[in-house]
Design a protein around this ligand. Sequence first.
Ligand code: HEC
Length: 171
Amino acid sequence: MQRILIALTALLTLLAGCTDEVHEAAQKVAEKTMPTQEAAPPAPVKPEPGTKLVATAQARGYDPAQVSRGGQLYQAHCAECHGDQAQGAVNWHQRGPDGKFPPPPLNGSGHAWHHPEPILKRTIRAGTGQIGGNMPAFDGKLRDEDIDAIIAWFVSLWPDRAYNAWKKGRH
Ligand code: HEC
């Protein structure tokens, strides 16, 4: 009987060792194939004033320095809501649970180009709180030329069709 017990204990120890090994091996494979939780999230992509943007801005009569400054101001004040590529919220054209619209794209894929420049400026200055929206006012936070630079930046992202349609109603 004692012999059997010893044999059994030995077997169990062996088995335990075995499963431990299997476990360790599996963990090693997992470590290799899966990113660990501590891994830093990928750095957000900050759009640099690329050559295409600069070329478009110049073709539309904007100063590349102004556009580049506008891009930086946009990242600092607007990107948290409108997205770092001005892509807007996913369901921007559907009212959210609070009955208000999420931030729309400003990259030309939304309907910002329907609004003449003075209307865009007014929206940015006054925000949309007074008309029941969620956008904060930037009056007092941004100077007039800052707002002009931000508009110059996002308008330079627009495809020709949106830009040309907007330009017609610009003045
Ligand atoms: C706290 C979030 C938030 C921030 C920050 C914000 N916006 Fe908005 N914005 C909105 C929302 C939400 C709307 C949709 C209008 C509404 O409130 O119903 C909007 C609408 C707009 C519109 C009108 C677009 C259209 O298609 O009618 C423009 C232009 C705009 N924002 C520009 C800006 C600019 C430029 C900045 C930075 C200076 C900025 N926004 C910062 C939330 C924000």
